[in-house]
Design a binder for this molecule. Structure first.
Ligand SMILES: *Cc1c(COP(=O)(O)O)cnc(C)c1O
Length: 231
């Protein structure tokens, strides 16, 4: 399967799942995770209709973005405060703000650049996950960041647990969705190649897809299957 036909098939599957849940397919954005991908693959996906891409590393992003069409660019890697300036220069959205000092560094950099930076609060809804704000502390962090004019807190990002138990995945997404409802905003970014159906059922408005779009070039692949009904 080519990248273009993979994108078209993925988008059609997301649209079908959305309709099965009584949701408007247009309420679910598909972000292509471009990490470690050759430029041709990303360019092909964009030509096929992909409108948003994500990167985990500043350096990769700097090289790739210079050569890619101007699609919307999301940062989904760990935010290091000494990279705040580069993140503000390179990205339209930073999805992975999981603590106050990271948010404040981005606010200061955005202020200096004279722009307002959309951000998401990264929540930790899965025990082995290294990063992410505890859900119980999410509202407070959002409030602290909303006090800064140079940041716009648009919602929440979360990663599902890397387990085979579909119920555990669904429960993690439901916790993220509940926290998102309290924090508010337009964007609930959750769902990857192996768990996007559960994410759509739990209310995700943004899927971040790598393997299912670009093929398995990475170390971890999640089990892929279809199961539980829409909630
Ligand atoms: C790699 C990655 C994804 C997508 O991974 P899949 O291969 O689609 O499961 C989503 N979010 C983050 C933060 C990632 O690093």
């Amino acid at each position: 399967m080519t990248v273009a036909s993979g994108y078209t098939a993925m988008r059609a599957a997301v649209d079908a799942e959305a309709r099965a849940c009584g949701r408007d397919p247009r309420s679910i954005a598909l972000v292509g995770v471009a990490k470690r991908q050759p430029l041709e693959a990303v360019t092909e996906a964009i030509a096929a209709g992909l409108e948003e891409i994500a990167e985990n590393y500043v350096q990769e992003a700097r090289q790739a973005f210079a050569l890619l069409p101007p699609v919307r660019r999301h940062f989904i890697g760990h935010v290091q405060t000494n990279k705040a300036k580069a993140l503000v220069e390179l990205f339209d959205v930073v999805q992975s703000v999981d603590r106050l000092d990271a948010g404040l560094a981005l606010a200061a950099a955005a202020e200096r650049a004279g722009r307002v930076l959309p951000v998401l609060i990264q929540l930790n809804v899965s025990a082995p996950e290294r990063f992410g704000c505890p859900p119980a502390a999410g509202e407070r962090l959002a409030e602290q960041l909303r006090a800064r004019d140079a940041l716009r807190v648009d919602g929440v990002m979360a990663m599902g647990p890397l387990v085979a138990d579909r119920r555990a995945i669904a429960e993690a997404f439901e916790l993220a969705a509940k926290t998102f409802a309290r924090i508010g905003g337009s964007t609930l970014s959750m769902g990857m190649s192996g768990d996007w159906r559960e994410a759509v059922r739990a209310g995700s408005t943004m899927l971040r897809i790598w393997t299912a779009l670009f093929g398995d070039r990475g170390p971890t692949l999640r089990s892929q299957r279809v199961g539980a009904q829409c909630s």
